[in-house]
Design a binder for this molecule. Structure first.
Ligand code: URA
Length: 197
């Protein structure tokens, strides 16, 4: 299937129960033959409403980190391991609190992610956080042990690396340090490209 066909099919996805409470499927976005695909965890509150990945607070951190690492966001295909927002309502008020997708939900969503990767055929896949990394590299993958390493992505011609999720920067006590680690990993990612820009 082409990216457009995948997007249309994913819009009606019922592979798991997350479609019931989410506003819409948030499919990937970016050039169809991007050299880099970045994979986040799942859309957040703002992405769920907008229907686009990384447009909320995590997206703003990612934008800043990409700019510092010398990567032009408009050249990157951005997507998520899980394409519906998983949340629970706050006890009071209307806020929706993010909940991490479980393994069943991640696996249910894999056909869309793998479809995107086989269409885009990127040189490098950058997993943002452990959920994305485990979706592509297996449940036993440990981000703490392999962060920033450039590896082969099994069954593809792509390389893969995994780094910190931009939201982890927002949550960290040592924000500056975590942010610098993210930027350093993105620089490593850029330099790993052939004829690195
Ligand atoms: N966090 C993600 O992992 N993906 C998004 O699209 C937004 C926030």
């Amino acid at each position: 299937m082409s990216l457009a066909e995948l997007r249309d099919a994913a819009a009606g996805c019922r592979n798991c129960g997350l479609y019931k409470d989410a506003t819409q499927t948030v499919f990937g976005q970016g050039p169809s033959h991007a050299r880099i695909v970045m994979v986040g965890e799942q859309p957040g509150d703002q992405e769920d409403k907008a229907g686009e990945p990384f447009v909320g607070p995590a997206g703003r951190i990612l934008d800043k980190a990409l700019a510092e690492a010398g990567i032009d966001r408009s050249t990157v295909y951005l997507t998520n391991a899980v394409k519906h927002f998983k949340f629970k309502p706050a006890e009071r008020g209307k806020r929706r609190i993010h909940q991490q997708p479980n393994r069943t939900e991640v696996v249910a969503c894999q056909p869309w992610l793998l479809g995107e990767l086989s269409e885009v055929e990127p040189e490098l896949v950058v997993c943002l956080g452990a959920v994305a990394a485990k979706s592509l590299l297996g449940a036993s993958f440990r981000l703490t042990q392999h962060r920033g390493e450039i590896m082969d992505l099994p069954d593809t011609k792509s390389k893969v690396t995994a780094t910190t999720h931009p939201s982890a920067v927002l949550r960290a006590e040592n924000r500056d340090e975590v942010y610098k680690g993210l930027v350093a990993d993105l620089v490593t990612a850029r330099r790993s490209l052939k004829n690195a820009p």
